[in-house]
Design a protein around this ligand. Structure first.
Ligand SMILES: Nc1nc2c(c(=O)[nH]1)N[C@H]1C(S)=C(S)[C@@H](COP(=O)(O)O)O[C@H]1N2
Ligand SMILES: [Mo]
Length: 352
């Protein structure tokens, strides 16, 4: 399967684990099964000494302890988060970075303070255009030493579902998911949701830091300016049916009727439908799409019955959204290997 992965890529993959696809069965991903992406090291934080600073172009800067944040009116949002690099390892030519196949996704119930309420209290100035979020983690990337930092346009930052989250699935954030506080921007690829938040800064100019200017852009050549990566592209995944062979994970299924199930989500227009194929994408059948039971920002279930005939089969699923966008059969290539939402393919041997 696929090209060569280096020891350095394995080192990244061993730190940043994905969602085992059978875990698509849970509405809310159990916390230890949610994917992880950590550019540098998990920082050590003393919650008693930690404060969130909100400053920049505001009337009254704020400095808040964790207890002060927890005492404020809270909001809960169920959101499917996906790494912009999901699908990267399936690209040709090979892109060297965290080598995700399809598993860089998870869904959680996040609880925290709406960012909007703090921006309203601090009073963002007329001239404000963006809000910058800076984490406590520091590293070197593209030969630049930096704090992990990303910005959001002010309008997007003011959306009522953008949270400063201190809980996930009913428990305090664990270290790997950003303890004590992280940003949650539903519908946007994961890099936007800055973990281990230290500072929120209202800006008069668009942020020009590494994670905005160099990283997370769709470009085919180094000298292109590129298009910023933002919202999650429509995608469906299926729970691989049958049983796996240990080393290859090749699937074996008994002939006869099976129920194929999975999840579909989109940060752009809402999911409109899911289709399934068992011949590698030549013919398609419509699956039954479940309701948006977890809210606008979370994945939905889909299912269909499949009559498995003996032989070698290639199962595929593809989602489309309300704007008419359909997942492509061939992956869109770019230098960073971002936003690859090509259809999932699962090779299955159907036995009598
Ligand atoms: N401070 C900080 N925030 C961060 C990151 C990081 O390395 N440092 N990684 C980002 C990326 S690329 C992703 S995909 C998500 C992953 O969030 P999770 O590990 O909680 O699933 O966090 C984002 N927030
Ligand atoms: Mo990511």
């Amino acid at each position: 399967m696929g090209g060569e992965i280096s020891l350095e890529e394995l080192q990244l993959a061993a730190r940043n684990h994905g969602l085992p696809l059978e875990a698509l069965r849970w509405d809310l991903t159990p916390v230890g099964l949610h994917y992880l992406l950590i550019h540098y090291d998990i920082p050590e934080v003393d919650p008693a000494a930690w404060r969130l600073e909100l400053d920049g172009l505001v009337g009254a800067p704020l400095s808040l302890s964790l207890d002060e944040l927890r005492a404020r009116p809270a909001r809960e949002v169920v959101a499917t988060m996906e790494c912009a690099g999901n699908g990267r390892a399936l690209l040709e030519p090979h892109v060297v970075s965290q080598p995700w196949l399809l598993e860089a996704v998870g869904t959680a119930r996040w609880r925290g303070v709406p960012l909007r309420s703090l921006l309203d209290e601090a009073g963002a100035a007329e001239a404000a255009v963006e809000v910058l979020f800076t984490g406590l983690d520091r590293g070197v990337e593209g030969e630049e030493e930096q704090d992990y930092a990303r910005s959001l346009p002010l309008d997007d930052a003011l959306h009522e579902d953008v949270l400063l989250a201190y809980e996930v699935n009913g428990v305090p954030l664990p270290p790997q998911h950003g303890f004590p506080l992280r940003l949650l921007v539903p519908g946007w690829y994961g890099m936007t949701s800055v973990k281990w938040l230290a500072r929120v800064t209202v800006l008069a100019e668009p942020f020009d830091g590494y994670q905005q200017r160099r990283s997370y852009r769709l470009r085919r050549e180094e000298d292109e300016e590129g298009i910023p990566v933002d919202r999650i592209q429509v995608r469906a995944l299926m729970i691989p049916p049958g049983i796996p062979e240990f080393a290859t994970r090749a699937r074996v299924v008994r002939a006869g009727e099976h129920v194929l199930e999975g999840r579909a989500w989109s940060g752009e227009a809402e999911v409109a439908g899911v289709e399934v194929s068992d011949d590698g994408g030549v013919t398609w059948a419509e699956a039954e799409l479940g309701p948006a039971a977890l809210g606008r920002w979370a994945w939905r279930t889909w299912r269909c019955t499949w009559d498995a005939r003996p032989g070698e089969r290639e199962l595929c699923c593809r989602a489309r959204d309300e704007s008419g966008t359909v997942q492509p059969l061939e992956p869109p290539w770019n230098l960073g290997g971002y936003a690859n939402n090509a259809v999932q393919r699962v090779a299955v041997t159907v036995v009598e």
